[in-house]
Write a protein that binds this ligand. Sequence first.
Ligand SMILES: Nc1ncnc2c1ncn2[C@@H]1O[C@H](COP(=O)(O)OP(=O)(O)OP(=O)(O)O)[C@@H](O)[C@H]1O
Length: 346
Amino acid sequence: MKNQKAIVETRSLAIGYRSSGTERTIASHLDLQLRPGSLVCLLGSNGAGKSTLMRTLSGLQPALTGEITIDNRPLDDLKPAELAQKLSLVLTDRIDAGNLTAREVVALGRTPYTGWLGTLTKDDHSQIAHSIEQTGITPLLDRHMHQLSDGERQKVMLARALAQDTPLILLDEPTAHLDLPNRVEMMRLLHTLARGMHKAILLSTHELDLALQTADELWLMHPDGKILAGLPEDLVLSGAFEATFARNGFSFDRTTGTFIIHQPADNAQICLEGAAKPLFWIKRALQREGLGISAHRDAPCLIKVFEAENGFEAEISFQNKQVKVSSVQALIGQMHVFFPSPHIRV
Ligand SMILES: Nc1ncnc2c1ncn2[C@@H]1O[C@H](COP(=O)(O)OP(=O)(O)OP(=O)(O)O)[C@@H](O)[C@H]1O
């Protein structure tokens, strides 16, 4: 995708707020590029400035300094009707859609193409039908927007953006109100739209795991006002991903791609070896119990793990004692016997 010409480009952009003579910069020196065919996820902690950036890129609020171009034209030079044919925006804020039905809201996506009478052509109808099909909202069409759940409303707003048929789509937390299957479905759909229809898609999200799996590129927003852009895997391997979300009490495991919640760990007393799948879950349970894992086989306790038909079997060796277990619960119970400590719950 790197050799594609960017549809959105920022140069020395600074974003933030100005009011009564004071200026608050949220992020600055931003040189970003968004290319057709790419799904980019904007990540950052609460208050990092994701919505501010989305609003600035879509022309809803002015930049403090610097330049934004869309399709090579300065954003400020684009008339609203021109911008509406290039960019669609999906916000999470509660949508005031009056008494409109979902069908009417989706049809509004065609406004940039219809005359002032708003008459829909055959092409408009077919674009609307396609958007409805892609987002699976047929059962909702005749219901009024205020009768829909937050998640249902979010899907209708995506359908409206798709009906608008722009090369660029910006979405502020599009998965915020969706359950897990719908979150996955939404990300899959956006990825398909980017790849299959060559759209440039930027979305902000707190779904770190989904973003790592589906994004072509991540924009990591740091609280210090910088944005690091790159392939998810490069940002993980360089430690930048971890640094963005570092907090006391948990860390990101680069080997498994998961966040680990730390309980106070005893000295590393247990060495684990064997089958990777059960090992992963056993390690997780031991860490939750505050038991330190050692990389050395001469640790006081050695646990050898083997895959078995119904899960796994583990052989625990501790001070000349050998115990076999075949469930994580039994293993943790045994650890409680070997390492009586306040961290271990039974
Ligand atoms: N209208 C405003 N005037 C001044 N400051 C604002 C305004 N709106 C937001 N902010 C501040 O700008 C910063 C960035 O806010 P923004 O909503 O962009 O963050 P965010 O990354 O989208 O957060 P979240 O993940 O919590 O939605 C925050 O410190 C916020 O308090």
